[in-house]
Design a protein. Sequence first.
Length: 196
Amino acid sequence: MRRLFVIIFLLPGALFLGCGGVKNIIEEKAISARTDIFREMQAEEALSKGFSDLLIRAQLKTHLEGHYILEPRGSFHGKPKYPFVFNVDGQAIIWEVDGKKEDMPEYDDNGIKTQDGGEGMRYSLDKRIRLAVGPHKIFFALPGDKYYVQFEVILEERSIYTLEFKPIYNRYRNISQDYLRGIKRYEIFLNEKRLL
């Protein structure tokens, strides 16, 4: 019985340390160690030799503010803006993305529950950066959900790439995925070819 008590007592501490570790990683990657890797493009410009453009697109839907009575303090869910952290080879940027309230049908034409059906707040990231050709280490994070992913891409000269993050939400009672349960992970595509 005493061993069970110790395990139950230690488990929340371990979970807390695990979440703290993710938070620390995201905070560290949100700070630039370099400033010469990419620049954000406001409009389309002709590509010069040795460079490529990366179009970054990501979606996230959350519940509206006040949906849960015990919402954690500092939560970004349902707020007017949501931060997206992006880091390439040590250069970081935090994009504050405007939320748009939406109410989507909960079921599709076949009567199957959709993962983003219902009333909530949609955040749509759509950015363009220019960077040198070759391999790049990319870090993408949602600080409000303590989620991050790291991967590598290889870009060829004078090309335009689309890097897309498609959300997969947690399941509700192991039946259907639901944005109200929070983000589980992203499926990541580069020019429609799945990376992760």
